[in-house]
Design a protein around this ligand. Structure first.
Ligand SMILES: *Cc1c(COP(=O)(O)O)cnc(C)c1O
Length: 430
């Protein structure tokens, strides 16, 4: 350790991540090899991921120590604040109490660096030189590009084409960290070229971008692939959010009754709620309601089916047992790009099946209306993804009895999404 600590409150950053599999009486069914449809052999993942992350994906240990280098990176922005939304309560005349855990304080403005810095670190110590990945709204791409700059890795990002057009700021941001970025479908991989031949105006999707990024990692011996959500180890890294929140609530002497998060692949939601659900499963806490919020345009939990499916359009990834809309589902181009994913974390899916996680869906107009109410009370302009959680928090605060304590994860800020707010304010959004 250097002579100076980066922050006076670095000791408040958790020392360990939490693995909810240690406390479940039933585990998600195993991933399947896409070619054989037999349970995946961990060795099958070696061309894609470093060994330490493959081990984390499979482990049943309850707590995994956070390496010093990762905690030091976290100390740039962690612990993140837990805020009581007093102004929102007063302005909207709510009886229930709302808290929010604000992940927008990270360098790239969302929860995503919580796993990006960890993934970059493990790849670095295993000698990897280059990481490939996909990004929807650009949040994950910037988080990984930032992390690549910390650990000196080349990061190549395939960005869903519609978002690449809508959000030039994200491209510039990624390039500022030294990252390379191409719109997907691209002409740089055979699967991308095939899609462009058939449909030159294809707007892209996360499923297509994942296919391109995985293809490139598998075909370059110095490269690995990095995924920003869905997988068990990603959700585990994100539990730093919920573990911190538990300590922060303890200090306040408050026990939340209802926890809320938006869900794309499930990582900010799982990271926020799993530590609380784990305490409930171990008999250390009363039951909490956990509510996952998604767009009606991509209603994975509320309308999807629970089945084995591929993680990508090109069927390169292992098959996961999860709620899914189908690997070729093409969601409409809504502004919450981070929630346009056809699948869902197998862990969040299982907990939804078991009744430990509720789900609800909102449309785009409703969530921007809630986001504006929130901004005018609390000052923070939420990311369109996070606005789903804001909307649910406000709605649920009106549905429940007085004095109920609601906490939601404000997964990111919306300062790269001003054109979406512009469209909403001009009345152009549908
Ligand atoms: C990516 C993103 C999401 C959705 O991803 P999850 O893995 O479901 O958390 C939500 N909010 C923000 C701000 C994001 O960047």
């Amino acid at each position: 350790m250097a002579k100076f600590k980066r922050l006076t409150y670095i000791d408040e950053i958790p020392q360990k991540w939490y693995n909810i599999k240690a406390d479940l009486d039933e585990l998600p069914p195993p991933p399947l090899n896409p070619a054989t449809k037999k349970p995946l052999n961990p060795d099958d993942l070696k061309p894609i991921f470093p060994v330490s992350l493959i081990e984390q994906e499979a482990t049943l240990e309850r707590f995994i120590g956070i390496p010093d280098a990762v905690r030091n990176a976290y100390s740039i922005w962690r612990p993140s604040p837990l805020v009581y939304a007093a102004n929102l309560r007063e302005k909207l005349g709510l009886k229930a109490h709302i808290f929010y855990k604000y992940e927008g304080v990270s360098p790239t403005g969302s929860h995503k660096p919580n796993t990006a810095v960890a993934q970059a670190y493990y790849n670095k110590i295993e000698g990897v030189k280059k990481l490939t990945t996909e990004t929807g709204a650009g949040q994950w791409g910037s988080a990984l590009a930032f992390s690549g700059s910390l650990f000196d890795l080349h990061v190549k990002v395939f960005m869903v084409k519609v978002s690449y057009m809508q959000k030039p700021g994200r491209r510039i941001f990624i390039q500022s960290y030294g990252g390379e970025i191409v719109p997907s479908p691209s002409d740089q991989t055979p699967p991308g070229r095939k899609i462009l031949e058939e449909d030159p105006d294809n707007p892209g999707s996360l499923g297509i971008a994942i296919t391109e990024a995985v293809y490139e990692a598998v075909n370059d011996p110095e490269a690995k692939y990095s995924l920003g959500s869905v997988l068990d180890h990603v959700l585990m890294h994100q539990t730093v959010i919920g573990l911190e929140a538990i300590e922060q609530f303890k200090k306040l002497g408050v026990e939340p009754d209802i926890l809320i998060g938006c869900v794309g692949g499930g990582s900010n939601f799982g990271g926020f709620v799993f530590p609380f659900i784990g305490e409930y499963l171990r008999g250390e806490r009363k039951k909490v309601r956990a509510v996952a919020v998604e767009p009606t345009a991509c209603p994975t939990l509320t309308k999807g089916k629970y089945d084995y499916d591929y993680g990508d359009t090109g069927k390169l990834t292992p098959m996961l047992k999860m709620f899914t809309l189908g690997h070729d589902f093409m969601p409409p181009s809504i502004h919450a790009g981070g929630l346009r994913y056809h699948g869902m974390s197998p862990l969040v899916s299982l907990l939804h099946r078991k009744g430990l996680v509720e789900a609800r869906a909102y449309d785009q107009l409703e969530i921007f209306e809630a986001a504006i109410q929130f901004a005018r009370a609390e000052g923070i302009l939420p990311a369109p993804e996070s606005a789903h959680a804001v909307k649910a928090a406000i709605d649920i605060a009106k549905e429940v009895d007085d004095e109920v304590v609601i906490a939601f994860n404000l997964s990111g800020h919306g300062y790269f999404d001003l054109s979406a707010y512009d469209a909403y304010l001009k009345g152009e959004l549908k």
